[in-house]
Write a protein that binds this ligand. Structure first.
Ligand SMILES: [Zn+2]
Length: 429
């Protein structure tokens, strides 16, 4: 029995007890250690609190060994959240210390035991907010495991939530396409993509750089604890600077800080900016430390090119499970559209870019695969923007983790990706 399953069973039993509902334990689950829990139930525990401020929203995450039930009321300058069946422990008490002055939303936080079973969190706000609250079920993915996470996302009230807005935009495009034909010209003449979308030759090539993961989702973690999300953000910034130092290309970033952005939203950000190319930057991990080298992926709609690619697509796409936002309900539409898109120009351009990236990346290290890999990465699914995902190196390999720690090495990676884009630029304008 794995630890994760064991933990879940315990939580279920504890929940049943705490909620006072009759909870029937099937005989198969009634292992001796769990019976001990029944005799002396542990108190519900909050195990971690994290606050992620960003320019888009501020997220509070409360991780616990139980499914937190809550009630919230918002005022113009405060938000009150009551956590049921909860008790004030040192972790909750530490919340006020986690606020940073530059947080655009949160001014202060106080946490008290309101009554015997309720913890009250009062958030003083710098501006009016819209809130979204949800509980994310426990996940255990690619070596990262989380218990129940109760998440409060606070958006400035001036706009609709960016996530909804952007996801709606891409949904509209995809619906249009699934109702219509697979001819890309139909998309190009739709109201969503203005006809001016095609760049004039005097326009700069707009490259959307997408540093993977972020915020709640650390990505892969190296043997000494280096996090993929930090490494790829730095490579993204370095590449951003190189590209923006030219007079014929412009770079933008899907994220500029340590923030979680859902995969679908990353695609929508690129579409919204009318990017000419989309490059997602990652650092690999695999189940054995020996795996090494860079790889470049393009989208496949008919399964992955190798068992490894399949495994990787699963772990990368699980990002949304970790971050607790979903584009899932819309995924069905995405797939049906994508089945029709194998031979589109977009795909050919993506492959051309990947072919130009590989020889450049091979100059700074060995390649994991000399061929362009194909995988069903959610982040590559913009139907009208050539997109590649670069796995720069294996963070799970001790030697390569060591290289990734080195700023000069990250700079070289950025330079080599730039060289690959540069060589392909005529394909995109
Ligand atoms: Zn990744």
């Amino acid at each position: 029995m794995s630890d994760a399953i064991d933990k879940n069973r315990r939580s279920l039993i504890q929940l049943g007890l705490v909620c006072g509902t009759s909870f029937v334990i099937r005989p198969a689950l009634a292992f001796a250690d769990e019976l001990l829990d029944l005799v002396a139930p542990e108190i519900n525990n909050v195990v971690a609190v994290r606050i992620w401020p960003s320019h888009i929203y501020t997220r509070i995450t409360i991780e616990a060994d139980y499914d937190i039930q809550s009630a919230a009321t918002t005022g113009a300058d405060s938000l009150i959240v009551d956590l049921a069946n909860s008790h004030l422990n040192t972790i909750l008490q530490s919340m006020p210390k986690k606020i940073i002055n530059s947080d655009p939303i949160i001014k202060a936080i106080s946490v008290i035991q309101q009554d015997t079973t309720t913890v009250r969190i009062k958030v003083s706000l710098k501006q009016a907010v819209k809130i979204q609250m949800k509980t994310i079920a426990p996940v255990d993915l690619a070596g990262v495991s989380y218990q129940y996470r109760y998440v409060i996302d606070m958006y400035p009230d001036t706009t609709t939530s960016l996530d909804d807005k952007l996801n709606d935009d891409i949904l509209a495009l995809l619906q249009l396409q699934s109702n219509g034909t697979e001819d890309v010209h139909v998309i190009a003449s739709s109201p969503i993509i203005p006809k001016t979308y095609k760049k004039q030759s005097d326009k700069k090539l707009l490259v959307m750089l997408d540093p993977g993961h972020g915020g709640e989702d650390p990505g892969a973690i190296g043997p000494t604890g280096i996090k993929e999300k930090d490494v790829v953000l730095d490579i993204g910034y370095k590449l951003y600077n190189i590209i923006n130092s030219t007079d014929y290309m412009e770079a933008k970033l899907t994220r500029t800080q340590d923030i979680f952005i859902p995969l679908g939203t990353r695609v929508a950000i690129a579409r919204k900016a009318k990017a000419d190319v989309f490059i997602s930057i990652h650092a690999d991990a695999f189940t054995t430390p020996k795996a090494r080298g860079a790889s470049v992926f393009v989208l496949s709609d008919h399964g992955s090119s190798s068992g490894f690619a399949k495994w990787l697509a699963k772990t990368q796409n699980d990002s949304d499970l970790i971050g607790g936002m979903s584009f899932k309900s819309k995924d069905k539409i995405t797939s049906s559209v994508l089945l029709d898109m194998t031979e589109t120009m977009t795909n050919k351009k993506s492959t051309q870019l990947a072919l130009n990236l590989l020889p450049n990346l091979s100059k700074i290290g060995r390649l994991h695969n000399r061929q362009v890999e194909k995988a069903a990465f959610a982040v590559l699914k913009a139907p009208d923007i050539p997109s590649v995902l670069v796995e720069t190196a294996f963070i799970s390999n001790p030697d390569e983790e060591n290289q990734l720690k080195n700023s000069d090495f990250r700079q070289k990676i950025a330079e080599m990706i730039f060289a690959g884009i540069n060589k392909s630029k005529s394909h995109f304008l």
